[in-house]
Design a protein around this ligand. Sequence first.
Ligand code: ADP
Ligand code: MG
Length: 271
Amino acid sequence: MLEVKGLRKVYEGSDRRVEALRDLTFQVGKGELVCVVGPSGCGKTTLLKCVAGLLRPTDGTVTLGGTPVTGPRPGLAVVFQEYGRSLFPWMRVAQNVELPLRRRSSMSRGTRRERVADALDAVALGDVGRAYPWELSGGMQQRVAIARALAYEPEVLLMDEPFAAVDAQTRAELEDLARGLWRQRGMTVLFITHDIDEAVYLGERVLVLSASPTVVRADLAVELPLERDQLTTRADPRFTHLRSRVLELIRSAAARDRLRKDGPRTPGAGS
Ligand code: ADP
Ligand code: MG
């Protein structure tokens, strides 16, 4: 479904050059839920933008359903971290959710309304369609953003740290909501997070990114049951084992990075 090959992105500024991604290669099968985890600043958003066709890679290719991605395309929806900035405050909730559908001229008004109602129901916000986003809590606003993506009925859903800005309880609820929707709707989901526990809890696979210069450190299968639960799953030895493994991978990458920057520290050196 999604194939990323030799992806590299260098931001060229007038006085600054940032190699955000060095060399990423991975594949995501149709209907899979894959989490990408990596430290802050390692290029996760850059990766997502390249996959969404919002940013042109310096090198390498992104292919979706067999065709190269060269710009934004139908069938793909994105949920960003900053729900506050992704919803229009002057539009009611239902109008926000309907907005991307309005560009489909072939879709009747009735169908649009149905899709919107269905998507709001799916995120348990069936009764707030007439409210304004700023009248809702942060968690509810993020659910509106998810509903907007769902109404569009994407084949591929990209999520960029969507729950990083909400409180822990809401976050747990949203994680379960995301998994539930993935299972019901059979979408292909690429979920990006800096949170190791979240990646292991949500994913069927976890791609671990190194710190910059960024490469894929590991591609791990999550061998947990399909049916997950915040209490039992997080206490499952398979869960704790995998999260330690991911933590180790990220730490060793960070340590190697420091070593490269500072040089090796041998006893007696520098005296
Ligand atoms: P993450 O999402 O993992 O925190 P980003 O993809 O946002 O990381 O950023 C990766 C690196 O690229 C950072 O060093 C960041 O400063 C840099 N970067 C991101 N966007 C730009 C840009 N538009 N111009 C220049 N540098 C950028
Ligand atoms: Mg980011």
